[in-house]
Write a protein that binds this ligand. Structure first.
Ligand code: SF4
Length: 484
């Protein structure tokens, strides 16, 4: 099997025995949980679309490991067309879900781990890449969702992992024997973790030699013994428990994050891809972050398309669509959104092969892309709220609209242009609320700020990669400046 169906994906998750907590309680059935379900639907769409002929080019690829047709989310990029198609796929999925569809973290981790393990093998004589590719072949053949687990809880940011008061604040190797290693620690902000089959652990930062126990990359089943998930709560998330379909804004789809705790988890050597090689931790972090920063030039643009559409629609329902300032705001939103896409595509088109054969995105442009993503969605959201008007946050609940006594009154007084029902306006305002204040804002805004690294991380990379000295020399040459 190389392309699972939606049903097979959900059934495979149902068979897993994950330890998941939410709102202080352990939940046994994560697959049918109404709070998690929208995020499961979003991942499931990556399976549905892989079987559609119209999505074949974007959603599938030919594996360089097996020659089989596989889901693009498990692929090692073999050329710039692969990198460009990845971004196009992400925009398309963002347009169809209006949220984070979670599966890119694993894909970006595969490509980063492949490049770095290959480098380690060439320079150190290890066999990590062979191991990793055997593992990835399994992921491709079984069409698995893999949580790329990078971010540690980090404790005191001034201190390195080994200097922390509590040595578990970064995931680390506790012991080793002939069979494998045991790891302990936690990974936070884990996108889609509860919808995943596997976890691919990576270090979270560049490490010093003294931090050798923290230089660990390995894979494990998501329901391995000792792995605990705690669901991250989101603004207005309990609306999903109210039973309606309007007040949630996006009743079908959503994203999720979780804290993962590794409580002395055993990993066999066959699934260990870095074990103490501190000098390579920084490279792995940068490459993963680079890929994921480029990914945002696809997914956030797709969600931006939905928000722009929602702003245009609500303006039409309210009769403001022909006002010149509304048109101008929509043009501004389009400009910002397409600028993000231009960055995502350019980052991919400028990709280059690495010695492993896997293509790497352009690191400088990926950081420009992500730095723009930390700002533009906020401005797009601000303009959407401006166009929507105050009813966005003062509108009564869906239950009030359904009440026989006050519902007709609300429908009478909250109507806009009479040819559109009040419910059209109500639904569209709730979608804008979802994306700019509610559950969806986690993915569209805060994830844009901090996902794949906060803005300062991109600024540091820009200052390192931009070659300012070369630009200075260009200017001096043209200006005829000669310095003795
Ligand atoms: Fe994919 Fe975007 Fe979600 Fe990252 S934030 S997993 S790139 S959809």
């Amino acid at each position: 099997m190389t392309l699972k169906t939606r049903e097979e994906y959900i059934e495979s998750l149902r068979q897993m025995k994950k330890q998941v907590f939410m709102y202080g309680e352990k939940i046994d059935n994560v697959v049918d949980n109404p709070v998690i379900l929208p995020s499961l639907n979003a991942v499931a769409l990556t399976y549905v679309f892989s079987h559609h002929s119209e999505h074949e080019e974007l959603m599938t690829a030919t594996s360089n490991l097996s020659g089989n047709k596989i889901n693009r989310f498990t692929h090692l990029h073999q050329n710039t067309a692969d990198l460009v198609n990845k971004v196009k796929m992400q925009r398309m999925l963002g347009q169809c879900t209006g949220c984070c569809f979670q599966r890119c973290v694993g894909m970006d981790a595969f490509n980063a781990v492949d490049i770095v393990t290959d480098r380690m093998d060439r320079e150190l004589g290890t066999k990590y890449n062979e191991r990793f590719r055997r593992y990835l072949r399994h992921v491709q053949d079984e069409d698995l969702v893999v949580d790329g687990a990078m971010t540690d809880s980090k404790g005191n940011r001034k201190l390195s992992p080994v200097e922390q008061d509590d040595l578990d604040l970064y995931v680390h190797i506790v012991s080793k024997n002939e069979a494998g290693i045991v790891i302990r620690g936690a990974k936070i902000h884990q996108t889609g973790a509860i919808n995943s089959h596997e976890i691919l652990v990576m270090p979270t930062r560049a490490l010093k030699e003294t931090d050798h126990d923290y230089a660990v990359a390995c894979a494990l089943p998501a329901d391995a013994e000792g792995v605990i998930y705690i669901y991250g709560r989101q603004a207005s998330d309990t609306r999903k428990l109210e039973g309606g379909k309007i007040d949630v804004g996006n009743f079908q789809y959503g994203g999720h994050e979780a804290v993962i705790i590794f409580n002395n988890v055993f990993v066999p050597w066959e699934l260990v891809f870095m074990c103490g090689e501190t000098a390579y931790a920084g490279d792995l972090v940068e490459r993963f972050a680079g890929y994921h920063r480029a990914s945002y030039g696809g997914c956030k643009v797709g969600v931006g398309d939905v928000l722009i559409g929602a702003a245009q629609a609500v303006a039409r329902y309210q009769g403001t669509d022909s006002a010149s300032h509304i048109k101008d705001k929509l043009v501004e939103m389009i400009h910002l959104n397409e600028t993000l896409y231009a960055c995502g595509i350019a980052t991919s088109a400028e990709g280059k092969p690495t010695p492993s054969g896997t293509y790497m995105i352009d690191m400088l442009l990926a950081n420009v892309c992500k730095l723009n993503v930390t700002r533009f969605p906020y401005e797009i959201a601000r303009l959407a709220q401006d166009i929507a008007g105050g009813l966005l946050v003062t509108m009564p609940s869906e239950k009030d609209f359904n009440n026989p006594e006050i519902g007709p009154l609300l429908n009478k007084y909250l109507v806009g242009v009479s040819r559109y029902s009040t419910e059209c306006r109500q639904r569209m305002l709730r979608l804008i609320e979802n994306l700019t204040i509610g559950v969806g804002a986690v993915g569209y805004l805060t994830e844009s700020m901090h996902g794949a690294g906060s803005p300062m991380a991109q600024r540091i990379m820009l200052s390192r990669l931009a070659n300012i000295e070369q630009k200075e020399k260009m200017a001096e040459k043209i200006a005829g400046v000669q310095i003795e």
